[in-house]
Design a protein around this ligand. Structure first.
Ligand code: PLP
Length: 388
């Protein structure tokens, strides 16, 4: 039997590692979710979470995975047969499209090469062609976790406005929220979908929808069947800090602690920290002589870097060696990218030395797997960490 010492390096792009402070906050006695102490906790987190989304409007919190929060965004705003515009930016965008189709929506899916984000020009073009405004919503994955590509939401918003189109804008920030600058209100997003286990530094288990007034008005007309996901009874109960069902009490303790940590560091500092670690990671990848999957530098993800290997190598074998030898988990290549890429997560509860350790493990693993690399890659990242 293999014994392991020290901490496991959980460097997948979410779930990310949970700070001890948050774990301790979760480990409190469970309380009566209809009692006065719960109302205080409920009201507190519902207010504190708003700045992280960049909104002063309501944020709905579900006991759910991110997938549940996707479904909630669709069933609350759309009706059977509605047309939606979506983009093949990668694995998660493809899954969300599948869900929309499964729910009875008609999806126009713009093909992509899994190396670029949503092209704002195509958004403008497609919406301009839709003269009778039959497209009810535009669905965008902000940070495509399968590829390490971040779509430019403000430019997408501008493209919708340029076309003068009334479509709702639905954005998945599942792997960007709390790590990459995001502004629900300023960018005119109607539903922002998110979850707990990435930038919010919590275990999996909470899903979020931040909603605009336009989205709330759409909910009044939307006819897709909904019950558990229905915003209306939740928003009513939330007014007093409660829920119409049993909420994930202990996860909300954890959420409060994680939000306090983000407040203490300051969101601009949190975003700058992620940008800098991503830059150092790319310096290592280039230093090794390998390729970053993201093909457009305006769309580099600050949350993760997907590293593309030559066809002669098996990226999963590299990951396996790194797990066995150095007790570090890296993200696998998903669907089309299986065996071709591995993904380095650099998000959440993370600092310079966590990155240095991560990149040292990756470099040693690449060498052990026989991948031809220049060992100067690690040094290039350390140089950037030391000087910038
Ligand atoms: C961008 C994105 N969207 C959706 C999901 C699905 O979230 P979950 O696995 O919590 O259901 C993920 C999961 O990693 C994701 O990264």
């Amino acid at each position: 039997m293999t014994t392991r010492s020290g901490r496991h390096f959980l460097q997948i792009p979410g779930p990310s590692s949970v700070p001890d402070r948050v774990l301790r906050a979760i480990a409190q006695p469970t309380i009566d979710h209809r009692g006065p102490d719960f109302a205080e906790l409920g009201l507190d987190v519902l207010e504190r979470v708003k700045p992280v989304f960049g909104t002063s409007g309501p944020v709905i919190i579900f006991p759910s995975s991110g997938t549940g929060a996707w479904e909630s965004a669709l069933v609350n705003t759309l009706s059977p047969g509605d047309r939606v515009l979506a983009f093949e930016t990668g694995h998660f965008a493809t899954l969300w499209r599948g869900m929309a189709e499964g729910l009875g929506l008609e999806v126009e899916f713009v093909p992509g090469d899994w190396r670029r984000g949503v092209d704002p020009h195509i958004v403008a073009e497609r919406l301009a062609e839709d003269r009778n405004h039959s497209i009810a919503a535009v669905m965008v994955v902000h940070n495509e976790t399968s590829t390490g590509v971040t779509s430019r939401v403000p430019q997408i918003r501008a493209a919708i406005d340029e076309a003068g189109h009334p479509a709702l804008l639905l954005v998945d920030t599942i792997s960007s929220l709390g790590s990459i600058d995001y502004r629900h209100q300023e960018w005119g997003v109607d539903v922002t979908v998110s979850c707990s286990q990435k930038g919010l530094m919590l275990p999996p288990g909470l899903g979020f929808n931040a909603v605009s007034e336009k989205a709330l008005a759409a909910a009044g007309r939307a006819r897709l069947p909904r019950s558990y996901w229905d915003w209306t009874p939740i928003l009513q109960a939330n007014e007093r800090g409660y829920y119409p069902y049993t909420p994930a009490t202990n996860m909300l303790y954890g959420l409060r602690e994680a939000l306090l940590m983000l407040e203490e560091e300051g969101l601009p500092n949190v975003f700058a920290r992620h940008d800098r670690h991503a830059q150092a990671t790319r310096a290592a990848v280039r230093g090794w002589g390998l390729e970053v999957l993201c093909a457009d530098e305006r769309e580099y993800s600050s949350v993760l870097t997907a590293v593309l290997l030559g066809e002669e190598y098996d990226a999963d074998k590299v990951r396996q060696i790194i797990l066995d030898r150095f007790d570090m988990s890296l993200g696998t290549g998903l669907s089309k990218l299986a065996g071709r890429v591995f993904r380095i997560g650099h998000l959440g509860h993370f600092n310079d030395l966590t990155l240095a350790g991560t990149l040292a493990g990756v470099q040693m693993g690449l060498e052990l797997a026989g991948v031809a690399i220049d060992p100067g890659g690690l040094g290039a990242a350390l140089e950037l960490l030391r000087t910038e």
